[in-house]
Design a binder for this molecule. Structure first.
Ligand code: NAD
Length: 328
């Protein structure tokens, strides 16, 4: 890929802002547009993450004097930019599960063509994305769904690790996330609370920020997640690696401490052609943050999606079908 690609990030929360910082250090991708729920910012020459120095977390990028504009429909403004954007990363909340698929459908309905990735987590949400395959093909969009860390990097690692085996019998993903302040990642934490006993997506969405903080206080800042509804299962099944029922995902999220409470790993157990049973393990370095693992992978898959687009392959793919490329 020779020319610099123009990138838009939808969502300017924890992941969106960290993604802008990451792009400061990339040559092949240039951030030209970013939006939140109240406005957007656009600069064809490129936006640096320094724009956030003067915008506190809850303040819209629409307040930026030079590049920003408030809007009742910031997503519509990004759609209007049309051919000025080559690739889009959706760092939006996904409560309810149909929210991000409905945004993607708007781009397809408007006839936008280009590359897109998301960091969707739930199985139900990825299934909804898969249903958009025909719409996206018709519009000329090459889309990689489940392109964060889990699902995403770890699902791709599982698909790679499976190659030692003729039969995969078990995939376990266990992640550790440490963040110093939950308010930097409101959607992520709300969506994790939705997996806890006694909660669901509707209940987590309806919680006020004070209620979320009180719930985290009650748990000493830690969320311990077991048997999550995570799309790694359906993605690995669609890729032909293993039945979704054999994939388990859990982890610990510490919202009071930036240090990972436990190392993030994926273990893939199976039977080899010559009769051995073994387990391949992929472990992330403890110093890699959630934002580094999610955003690096999302942009790597955005480059893969651009490559697919160049081959004329539109539609919806998952991270387990493909390897992320590396953005220089
Ligand atoms: P956040 O709450 O910090 O930020 C969300 C941003 O989206 C905000 O800027 C908000 O204004 C904006 N927004 C909300 N509604 C909008 C709308 N209608 N139009 C335009 N902008 C809108 O969220 P976050 O913690 O950064 O998480 C983002 C997403 O990333 C979540 O869905 C989360 O589940 C996902 N995530 C995935 C992984 C993974 O490994 N797959 C890991 C972490 C987070």
């Amino acid at each position: 890929m020779s020319s610099v690609k123009n990138i838009a990030i939808l969502g300017a929360g924890g992941l969106g802002r960290a993604a802008a910082q990451l792009l400061d250090q990339k040559e092949e991708f240039r951030l030209v547009a970013i939006c939140d729920h109240e406005g957007y910012a656009y600069c064809p020459a490129g936006l640096s993450s320094r724009i956030f120095d003067d915008i506190p977390v809850m303040t819209t990028v629409g307040t930026l004097s030079e590049f920003g504009a408030r809007s009742d429909d910031p997503i519509g403004e990004i759609i209007e930019l049309g051919a000025a954007i080559d690739g889009i990363f959706l760092a939006l909340p996904n409560l309810p599960s149909e929210f991000i698929p409905s945004i993607v459908k708007r781009f397809a309905d408007a006839g936008w063509s280009g590359a897109m990735t998301d960091a969707l987590k739930r199985t139900s949400a990825v299934k909804l994305m898969m249903e958009l395959d025909g719409d996206l093909k018709a519009s000329g969009i090459s889309y990689v769904t489940g392109a964060g860390c889990t699902p995403g990097l770890l699902s791709a690692a599982a698909a790679l690790a499976a190659q030692s085996f003729v039969e995969v019998t078990d995939v376990e993903i266990y992640f550790g996330v440490g963040i110093a302040n939950w308010e930097s990642y409101r959607a992520t934490i709300r969506e994790d609370i939705a997996h806890m006993d006694g909660f669901d997506v509707a209940k987590a969405k309806a919680m006020t920020n004070d209620e979320v903080a009180a719930e985290l206080d009650r748990r000493g800042g830690k969320l311990e997640l077991v048997d999550m509804e995570h799309a790694d299962d359906i993605m690995l099944e669609l890729a032909g690696v293993v039945d979704a029922s054999k994939v388990r995902v859990g982890g610990i999220v510490d919202t009071w401490n930036a240090k990972k409470p436990v190392s993030t790993r994926v273990t893939v157990t199976g039977r080899t052609f010559d009769g051995a049973t073994s387990t391949n393990t992929f472990t992330l370095g403890d110093e890699t943050s959630m934002a580094a693992n999610v955003n690096g992978t999302a942009f790597g898959y955005l480059k893969t999606a651009m490559w697919l687009g160049g081959l004329g392959a539109g539609g919806v793919f998952t991270a387990a079908d493909l390897m992320p490329r590396f953005v220089k």
